[in-house]
Design a protein around this ligand. Sequence first.
Ligand SMILES: NC(=O)c1ccc[n+]([C@@H]2O[C@H](COP(=O)([O-])OP(=O)(O)OC[C@H]3O[C@@H](n4cnc5c(N)ncnc54)[C@H](OP(=O)(O)O)[C@@H]3O)[C@@H](O)[C@H]2O)c1
Length: 250
Amino acid sequence: MAKVLITGASAGLGAELAKAFAARGDTLVLAARRLARLEAMKPELLALGAPEVVCYPVDLAEPAEVSQLAEALPGLALDVLINNAALGHWDALWDTPLETLNHMIAINMQALAHLTTAFSAYGKDRPTRLMNVASGAGYALFEGAIPYTATKFFVTALTEGLSLELKRQQKPMRAQLLAPGPIATEFLENSLLNSRMVWSDDALKGVKFHTASEAAALAMTLFDSDATVGLVEPDLSFSLHHEIHRAGQL
Ligand SMILES: NC(=O)c1ccc[n+]([C@@H]2O[C@H](COP(=O)([O-])OP(=O)(O)OC[C@H]3O[C@@H](n4cnc5c(N)ncnc54)[C@H](OP(=O)(O)O)[C@@H]3O)[C@@H](O)[C@H]2O)c1
């Protein structure tokens, strides 16, 4: 059975992914800031079939804490790393406070890049698996959320690029990228905190949402496939791809 570390496991998609891996009998390492929430999830995960659940409190906006986690990865002897934690912020770029922008870059990009780099250094010659969670907003520009969108473009490029290098060098490690569509979680509400954007009641009327458990099921479909990317479109259709970004030549 595998040992799986999931960031952002205290809520939303991360919490549902923890249940999905627990049901497969995998050992879990759950990372997030809210330790009490992670601890509260333990009994259900053990009952679902996880032999062991370790809770790892970490603030991914703090580079020193990210370094500590990155350095701990080899000792944890992981088979799977899921970089799921992220936050959004909805505003025009010029209305986005610098502090918010930097916070989002720290979590969505810097922490993810650091953990991805450390995990690939440890795992590239082993049959390990990385799944980074981006968004449909990692392949298309979403007006009103351009800074978030730009952080997710970084994630899609980094992950597809890593997958390409691993395949070309015939390494046993695999890298995958989940690009969900809208999911009904705390994420949207948090993305609107301190936003100057004025939302009419109708703004979300046409938007279709997956539940977190539906999104986790799609993540597991990607995990079980040999594809690199699992992409959800705004109409909630799901497709698997070997690549979306095209490879260039130096
Ligand atoms: N919801 C959507 O509509 C949607 C759409 C497309 C893609 N996505 C992507 O899907 C992923 C999961 O989203 P979600 O909707 O499940 O989000 P969510 O419900 O808001 O959960 C976010 C998770 O990230 C953790 N997190 C946030 N800041 C952190 C920090 N500084 N340090 C450590 N952990 C932190 C949170 O835990 P703590 O607060 O306990 O730290 C929480 O567990 C994200 O990558 C998101 O960009 C979401």
